[in-house]
Ligand binder design. Structure first.
Ligand code: HEC
Length: 257
């Protein structure tokens, strides 16, 4: 019994340690800092107000260059938008549909079941408009980059007007301390008061960065909250089951002594 308890304690200890906060990480000369996110940890949930503001940042700023093709307009209802609001947002998009009875493709306004419409019809058009660089689809970007949300936040806040002395910048590139190599083809997207938040929150660069990162973290893992609450239920069930089995064991063995 003692051995089992010891093993259990070690296992739980490892579990807790691996979920704990990590120090600032540096990858490929890029720097990003650890931030507090409401969606980290075993009780993690997305901050609904931040998700709404983050959607506004994506829509008014990032969507000019980046798609979000894995998310459908109806998914906005999962994060607190009403059906009317989601319909309105969808209707603003122009979707190419078809072919119709005459074999022609046609344009119509978006519906709830449509995915977010990308700003460019293909990668070539996207590169052509961005100096040869491809703005990646942002649906999975938080999962696809080392550092995840911390990296994205640092990328958004990591621009500087001038590169440090001794660094040669290529034409059309911006200095960013979080981007590996520090030269990025994306011009600084966020500025103080660039947008006016619907809920009146002051729009500092940090605030916009935090909100859009929260929104994109949700886009990359919309099932996060369900996953975490299921995990908690399973843990609770295991604890109860262990207690019950222990009680049964004691009962059975008490008769055999
Ligand atoms: C004017 C167009 C434009 C806008 C607006 C823009 N981006 Fe970009 N973005 C780019 C381009 C071009 C790249 C590719 C950069 C490169 O590879 O050097 C890029 C790359 C990125 C990357 C990938 C970086 C990496 O590690 O590879 C992320 C993340 C990103 N953008 C997020 C955003 C977010 C969030 C917003 C809105 C706040 C935004 N972008 C607005 C053009 C844009």
């Amino acid at each position: 019994m003692r051995k089992v308890t010891l093993l259990l304690v070690i296992a739980i200890g490892f579990g807790l340690l691996s979920g704990g906060p990590r120090p600032a990480i540096a990858a490929g000369g890029a720097e990003y800092e650890h931030q507090e996110w409401t969606f980290n940890g075993i009780f993690g949930r997305f901050d609904r107000a931040a998700l709404r503001r983050g959607h506004q940042v994506y829509r008014e700023v990032c969507s000019a260059c980046h798609g979000l093709k894995r998310i459908a307009y109806r998914n906005l209802m999962d994060i607190g938008f009403s059906e009317e609001e989601a319909k309105e947002i969808a209707a603003e998009a122009t979707v190419t549909d078809g072919p119709n009875d005459e074999g022609e493709m046609f344009d119509r306004s978006g519906k709830l079941s449509d995915r977010f419409v990308s700003p460019f019809p293909n990668d070539q058009a996207a590169r052509y408009s961005n100096n040869g660089a491809l703005p990646p689809d942002l649906s999975l970007i938080v999962k696809a980059r080392k550092g995840g949300a911390d990296y994205l936040y640092s990328l958004m806040t990591g621009y500087a007007d001038e590169a440090p002395e001794g660094m040669e910048m290529m034409d059309g590139m911006s200095y960013n301390r979080a981007f590996p190599g520090h030269q990025i083809a994306m011009p600084q997207p966020l500025y103080e008061d660039l947008i006016e938040y619907e809920d009146g929150t002051p729009a500092s660069v940090e605030q916009q960065a935090k909100d859009v990162t929260t929104f994109l973290a949700w886009a990359a893992e919309p099932e996060l909250e369900a996953r975490k609450s299921l995990g908690l239920k399973v843990l609770l069930f295991m604890i109860l089951l262990t207690a019950m089995l222990y009680a049964v064991k004691r009962r059975v063995w008490s008769k055999l002594h």
